[in-house]
Design a protein around this ligand. Structure first.
Ligand code: CP
Length: 285
């Protein structure tokens, strides 16, 4: 119900504020802080734009300029910002569960949004992707969705598997070399495949993921040429899916490694729609 309500609110914001280029006063007087301990193009900018469109003041301090470098803990840093009136933090961190931990250390009425924690979860990306899927496919209850690539180290994949499962998606297919498949037990609606031909057969949507080389032991990093040959999403592979299948990628895309350039810009590609929708979804969140 919460996911449906966020998608409905995001669609409302898309039509009434984002598309007509408006700003409303929902968060007037509020101060929001983005704290990104890892690089970001899409998530940070879209949370920033979302907050601007809701009338909030947004701070984006550079991590290297904070007094963390003088020995202050992150909890103490946040408590000081909280004391100055920051009521909402958007946090990306390389440690799993860091936003959850920080939330437990702050006042009950201070909000923390997880903008991606380690290899754990990226909930706002998942919600954006569910919104994008709904715009084209209407219902989750009869969908087959393939996720290709480095699923094991992808917080996007972990959130998407959870989100699609909550929405009763019956058929989620994970396509990856053995070392990039998740090590944990998967729900019954999720199955593993080691070939694009089998995994993509008649799917309604394909989600492509990059290899998260910054988080992988070097022994697990596949040979990029071999990976592209076996698991790269090219025009030929897309033909295994349904004719009206959509192609998604949370970004950043690596053309020629996990996705062919022509596929990324094809009429089936929703990659820029995902970025477009992300502002409205992050406003809703
Ligand atoms: N999808 C995503 O999280 O992209 P960024 O790393 O650019 O924010």
């Amino acid at each position: 119900e919460l996911i449906l309500s966020l998608m409905s609110r995001a669609e409302h914001y898309l039509k009434t504020i984002v598309l007509p280029n408006k700003v409303n006063n929902t968060l007037n007087g509020q101060v929001i802080m983005n704290l990104f301990f890892e690089p970001s193009t899409r998530t940070q900018a879209s949370f920033d734009i979302a907050a601007y469109r809701l009338g909030a003041k947004v701070l984006n301090p550079r991590i290297q300029d904070l007094s963390l470098l003088k020995g202050e803990s992150l909890v103490d840093t946040l408590k000081n910002f909280e004391a100055m009136g920051v009521a909402l933090f958007v946090i990306r961190h390389s440690e799993n569960h860091k936003p959850e931990f920080l939330s437990s250390e702050l006042n009950n009425n201070t909000r923390i949004i997880n903008a991606g924690d380690g290899i754990n979860q990226h909930p706002s990306q998942c919600l954006t992707d569910l919104m994008t899927l709904t715009q084209v496919k209407k219902s989750f209850s009869n969908l087959s969705i393939a996720i290709i690539g480095d699923i094991k180290h992808s917080r996007v994949a972990h959130s998407l598997i959870d989100g699609l499962t909550i929405m009763n998606t019956p058929d989620i297919r994970l396509i990856a070399p053995e070392q990039l498949l998740p090590a944990y037990t998967l729900p019954n609606n999720v199955s593993n495949f080691s070939s694009l031909a089998e995994g993509l057969k008649n799917v309604d949507a394909i989600v492509c993921l990059r290899i998260q080389k910054e988080r992988i032991d070097s022994s697990e990093v596949p040979d990029f040429d071999l990976f592209y040959k076996e698991f790269g999403l090219n025009s030929q592979a897309v033909k295994y899916a349904k004719k009206d299948a959509i192609i998604m990628h949370p970004g950043p895309i690596n053309r020629g490694i996990e996705i062919e350039s022509a596929v990324a810009v094809s009429t089936q590609s929703m990659i820029l729609t995902q970025s477009h929708n992300s502002v409205a979804m992050r406003m809703a969140i």
